[in-house]
Design a protein around this ligand. Structure first.
Ligand SMILES: Cc1cc2nc3c(=O)[nH]c(=O)nc-3n(C[C@H](O)[C@H](O)[C@H](O)COP(=O)(O)OP(=O)(O)OC[C@H]3O[C@@H](n4cnc5c(N)ncnc54)[C@H](O)[C@@H]3O)c2cc1C
Length: 479
């Protein structure tokens, strides 16, 4: 009997667990260890942050689902990984008791999502700083409370400054921040308070609508339409000001310090700011048999797990080398270790990076969205099933092959809400396969805005909650 251990129960780890539990959970031991005992549907935290969805609606308990799917659940926070042959185990602290627990494995999936590195920007974040975040469950609730308190001030006639975007020169997840800014705009319009707020989009993107994926390009009626023009017209229509090519370097009470591409330094004042922090890998210790630190064999300096990618290529070369992107998500030093979701180390940025004259790199890191994370979770599960059955892992899907569909909410009302629906193939441009300057399949890539998107976004919430609860037919719903 093989022991398969999965760290993390998010889009990646939970998807891997459901496939493994369903397919081989009766014969083999499938265990999930997670520091939270619920699955969280993060995309709906955008609505939690404006008070339009109860936070409880975005989560459900994992254990009852795992009991149905032959998966053991351990509620604990992982701290150490001991990967050397003969004695492979993970050490974790049980949540509640704090007791240390040892979890042995034959196959390990590392899928603990990002460390939200607020410390990377002095003064950033809701705990030790002055800004808000919608990147965790408690943060989304705190953001909602702060936002609603701000609305009360506006109701009394006060004019306020709202800043939303990225809080680190190398932050990712611009899509979530974009959704949040347009939902804030819509909510203020509904409340009759929009004229009381100056709203600014502040981001590290090289161009509007870049989203860390080099933008989205589509062909419509024979003309090229780029997300840059599209987002610009949305912001202009909504009266949202924007400042891009900007890296936030420090935050003080009511003041955001930044540098831009030109190397200029500036300060932007705010009453309320939601800024996405830099993402890093979880700070696990990787310990060899002799007790030595063997982290460099498993993770890059940022803590992301090295897999079957080609690392170290300069950007111009990487942009022309789609095969540099990993496809099996298997660690080269320890082939029984896989990484899924945000935890795997991409070989480099997707958008063109930039370093200003003060040597500050202002470059969006590549996003690994929910769909990408779920897809990788499935690929990893299938490869482990191959290995457990004595076959060479044969499943692969690189981000240069994956289709990504994203519905960005712009107001949740089913009557006058809206959403941008984006379909892109592939997520990472493949200029060898698609012979256009964007490296994308222009027949499949699609960008649309309208009320139907709001319905789709609403349905996605319920469809994915169904899938992640492993209700009947869950495998028919694509990642
Ligand atoms: C506000 C917001 C909106 C978003 N909207 C969209 C969207 O519309 N579409 C889209 O595709 N993507 C969206 N994303 C991105 C998407 O949510 C992420 O890409 C996805 O959650 C990444 O999956 P993951 O499994 O790698 O990490 P996560 O989902 O973060 O899961 C990580 C898991 O690991 C656990 N964990 C962490 N540390 C430990 C530890 N030490 N020990 C044990 N367990 C641990 C966590 O509790 C969690 O269960 C959004 C993200 C945010 C923040």
């Amino acid at each position: 009997m093989a022991k398969i251990l999965i760290i993390g129960a998010g889009f990646a780890g939970h998807t891997a667990a459901l496939y493994l539990g369903s397919k081989i959970g009766r014969k083999h031991e499938v265990t999930v260890v997670s520091n939270r005992d619920v699955f969280s549907y993060l995309p709906s935290w955008v609505w939690v942050g404006v008070g339009h969805m109860k936070p409880e609606k975005t989560v459900f308990k994992l254990k009852p689902v795992y009991d149905r799917k032959n998966i053991r659940f351990v509620h604990a926070a992982v701290k150490e990984i001991h990967p050397d042959a003969g004695d492979q185990y993970v050490l974790a602290d049980e949540v509640g008791s704090g007791r240390e627990t040892r979890l042995d494995y034959d196959y390990l999936v590392i899928a603990p999502g990002p460390l939200l590195n607020f410390a990377g920007t002095p003064g950033l974040g809701p705990e030790n700083g002055f800004t808000h975040s919608i990147c965790s469950y408690p943060h989304a609730i705190k953001t909602r409370d702060a936002y609603l308190a701000l609305c009360e001030r506006m109701k009394k006639g006060e004019k306020v400054k709202i800043v939303i975007g990225t809080g680190h020169p190398m932050a990712t997840c611009q899509g979530a921040a974009f959704e949040y800014i347009v939902n804030v705009h819509k909510d203020l319009v509904k409340k009759g308070l929009r004229d009381k707020a100056d709203i600014l989009w502040l981001s590290n993107e090289p161009a509007l609508g870049d989203f860390g994926v080099n933008g989205v390009q589509i062909k419509r009626n024979g003309h090229m339409l780029r997300s840059e023009e599209f987002i610009k017209s949305v912001f202009n229509d909504h009266g949202i000001r924007y400042q891009i090519q900007t890296g936030v370097t420090k935050v003080e009470e009511g003041k955001i310090h930044w540098q831009n591409y030109e190397g200029e330094e500036g300060v932007t004042e705010f009453d309320f700011a939601m800024l996405i922090p830099q993402f890093k890998g979880q700070p696990f210790k990787y310990i060899g048999k002799d007790g030595s630190d063997i982290a460099s064999k498993i993770v890059n300096p940022a803590g992301f797990v090295l897999v079957d990618g080609k690392y170290g290529l300069p950007y111009p070369e990487l942009a022309q080398t789609p095969e540099a992107w990993p496809a099996k998500y298997q660690n080269p030093s320890y082939p029984n270790i896989y990484a899924a979701g945000i935890a795997f180390a991409p070989p480099g940025p997707i958008s063109k990076p930039f370093t200003n004259k003060n040597n500050l790199a202002i470059a969006p890191a590549p996003p690994r969205t929910g769909m990408v994370s779920g897809t990788i979770g499935r690929v990893v599960a299938m490869n482990i099933i191959d290995a457990v059955n004595g076959r060479e892992p044969s499943h692969h899907e690189s981000m240069t092959e994956m289709v990504a569909a994203c519905v960005a909410s712009m107001g949740d009302s089913l009557w006058d809400g809206s959403a941008v629906t984006i379909v892109m193939r592939p997520v990472v441009p493949d200029r060898k396969k698609f012979h256009n300057e964007y490296g994308r399949d222009l027949f499949i890539s699609h960008l649309e805005m309208g009320l139907s998107g709001a319905w789709m976004k609403f349905m996605l919430h319920h469809t994915f909650m169904w899938k992640f609860k492993a209700r009947p037919g869950w495998t028919l719903i694509p990642e």
